[in-house]
Design a protein around this ligand. Structure first.
Ligand code: GLV
Ligand code: MN
Ligand code: MN
Length: 401
């Protein structure tokens, strides 16, 4: 039998330097950049090292096959891209655990009846082009190919140009029925992005649901002018309505017990001694009830003078009940616990997008501080080992032997 801890350490270490910002120790692995290319080469190398058949689908998602690529296979995996200065585990832990789980099953001479594949979904975070889970949304048709292709990054580069530069043909984007048919079931292992497992003193949990969430762009228009000579009364300063809107979003979120975040802002011309001509900022709003989230956003828009457009909406996802019950009983057996924690999450995932098409499920690995989307994100190796053992048992259960 293999040493799971050593396998995990080796794979996590091999990803460690890619796209790492030495100033913050965070990761900048944005879709279709050189750092992303290195991550994708890493994935290809892991497939080759295990003699897993390697594929890239029409939407740029990578697949490594243990067995023939066939309809109705068991798929596990996650993503390798990151948010700006993200942590080392959000996404990569799912990929690393998937490869080590296959190593573990092979070392036990398990020969699955159904084919198994590891998938790396492209552009999960949407950090560069603004749409989260772009690879899985394109795969299912939830994201229009033309809309995706024309999205631009902060430098005005379109997604189509970025993909082409990275060697992927953007002309073939769109719903891919063949690739979808190969997904019989998808199980994503992910670091927990909160503190539920810490409080429950459990190394792993099973997801029940993903809260509905969305992104809205707010454009506040003003007039550029001199900071030292323009009287306050003569200014058209968009920073002021922007600031009021941020506070309004916070107040609405507190009042309704939801989450609302302005986490990204662009200011033009962005000079210390210039009144801005434009402020653009993005609202991320989430909560357990879609109608409540929609009502929060409507209230914020109502109180704001900005032009507002919705950039993405992810409906409430309830993971497949029979599948999650089956997975919970496998995890209980492997971990020797009477009842594995069953948790909803406010974070978005490819498993949530794929849930509209196929049965999907998620396993969470404890995060001692709960911090995520930050360099401080962390999981203890001992918990990751339990995660791999749980994932391997789940794959064995679903794929048969
Ligand atoms: C992705 O992690 C998200 O929840 O936005
Ligand atoms: Mn994330
Ligand atoms: Mn993630």
């Amino acid at each position: 039998m293999i040493d799971v801890e050593a396998g995990l350490r080796e794979l996590l270490d091999s990803l460690h330097p890619i796209g790492r910002n030495p100033g913050t120790s965070g990761y900048r692995r944005y879709a279709w950049t050189p750092a992303d290319r290195e991550c994708r080469e890493w994935f290809h190398r892991q497939a080759r090292a295990r003699s897993l058949a390697y594929q890239v689908d029409r939407n740029g998602n990578q697949w490594a096959w243990w067995g023939e690529p066939r309809a109705g296979s068991v798929i596990t995996g996650s993503h390798l891209d990151s948010v700006p200065d993200g942590g080392a585990f959000d996404g990569p832990l799912g990929l690393v655990s998937s490869f080590v789980a296959i190593d573990l099953l092979r070392s036990r001479d398990i020969v699955p009846t159904r084919s198994v594949a590891v998938a790396n979904f492209a552009d999960e975070e949407g950090a560069r082009f603004g749409i989260a889970c772009a690879g899985s949304r394109l795969l299912t048709g939830a994201l229009e190919p033309d809309r995706a292709r024309s999205r631009t990054d902060a430098d005005g580069v379109t997604l189509a140009e970025a993909m082409r530069a990275a060697g992927h043909d953007p002309g073939r984007l769109g719903r891919d029925d063949e690739a979808l048919a190969r997904i019989g079931v998808f199980v994503e292992l992910h670091i927990e992005q909160g503190r539920a497992l810490v409080d429950l003193d459990a190394p792993v949990g099973v997801a029940t649901a993903i809260w509905p969430h969305g992104r809205w762009r707010f454009d506040f228009v003003g007039r550029a002018d001199h900071a030292g000579t323009t009287k306050l009364g003569d200014r058209q300063d968009p920073m002021l309505p922007y600031a009021r809107t941020v506070l309004a979003a916070r107040d609405e979120a507190v009042r309704r017990d939801l989450l609302a975040t302005f986490g990204r802002t662009l200011v033009e011309p962005n000079g210390t001694n210039a009144i801005p001509s434009r402020v653009t900022s993005w609202l991320d709003a989430r909560g357990p009830d879609p109608a409540e989230v929609t009502a929060l956003v409507a209230a914020v828009v109502d109180e704001s003078t900005a032009e507002v457009s919705n950039e993405s909406w992810s409906p409430l996802v309830e993971f497949d009940r029979p599948l999650r019950a089956r997975i919970a009983s496998v995890v209980e057996r492997v971990t020797g616990t009477a009842q594995v924690p069953m948790l909803p999450t406010g974070a978005g995932h490819d498993a949530g997008v794929l849930a509209a098409e196929v049965p999907t499920a998620m396993l969470f690995v404890r995060n001692p501080t709960g911090v995520s989307h930050s360099p401080a994100e962390h999981a203890e190796l001992a918990d990751c080992v339990v995660g791999v053992e749980a994932l391997a048992a789940v794959v064995e259960e679903l794929a048969g032997r």
